[in-house]
Design a protein around this ligand. Sequence first.
Ligand code: ADP
Ligand code: ZN
Length: 303
Amino acid sequence: SYAVGIDIGGTKTAIGLIDSSGVILAKTSLPTDLSIKPDEMVDRMAEAVKDLITAQGIQESDLLGIGVGAPGPLNSKTGYIVKPPNLPTWWDFPLVDSLRRHFELPISFENDATAAALAEKWLGAAQDAEHFVFITVSTGIGAGIYTHGKLLTGATGNAGDVGHFVIDASGDQCVCGQHGCWEYLASGTAIARQASALLGREVSSKEAFDLAAAGDVPMKDLIDGIFRYIGIGCVTLINTFDPEMLVIGGGVSQVGAPLFDAVKDYVSQYALNPSGRTTAIVPAALQQDAGLIGAAALVHMPY
Ligand code: ADP
Ligand code: ZN
């Protein structure tokens, strides 16, 4: 049995045909063009889906459904994209109704971090967990929460918006209006901003990690501070949800051992004593295509 996964992002929308064991049989992508009306983008998505399945010799009636992951804030109950900062022309757009103009299939719709958490449960690092939190440290910070064997979606599908946990109320102001939010202090964007200020030139988060690893002391101090902030947010999540594991993904997690070792060390000292302190902290298993697999998981996995 097959599902179509659609992963809507700020730069591109990935579309794939995924079977019940998670194999991507075919995929394509459309650049996200903000000058094109969302309804027309949906027309293009639908056309791409139809081309994709036809090329595989599959008919619409062979599909279990369509899963859609999109950046929040959204409303998974009404099927609306609500206010994603990087899709300004899509605000208050009835995405699910727009897709229904093209397909008579069940459509599942959740925010992308929630979908990515379900993907880790389905095929990734959390297959055996009944309680875990997936955290993505990327352009921003987000989470998907899986508890008591189910996804925690919240009333509108926006549960897990942990990027705006306040970590340091004396910090600078975040786009959300609060001060010292987790993603303002510790996302990839935040690392690049702080490293650039330190060196007085444009520095990417990857370069900041490389300089710290090569022994640059001020940069190492900066990165240690970032890892401490990541640890603080992780302790809050552990103490709130009592998970068996945290799964950490997103571009920044690519740095690997330095981040995981620092977070494990922080958690081992400060999470709830004793059970929280030994919480497993593992890298996400699905990196490439995680968004597509997550969207398809919304169809293939009960949640
Ligand atoms: P998105 O936010 O669009 O989902 P990513 O998960 O790739 O994309 O996250 C992008 C962020 O991660 C950027 O801030 C980028 O600088 C950072 N990043 C990507 N790859 C690496 C890497 N290998 N090491 C450190 N930071 C990285
Ligand atoms: Zn904020």
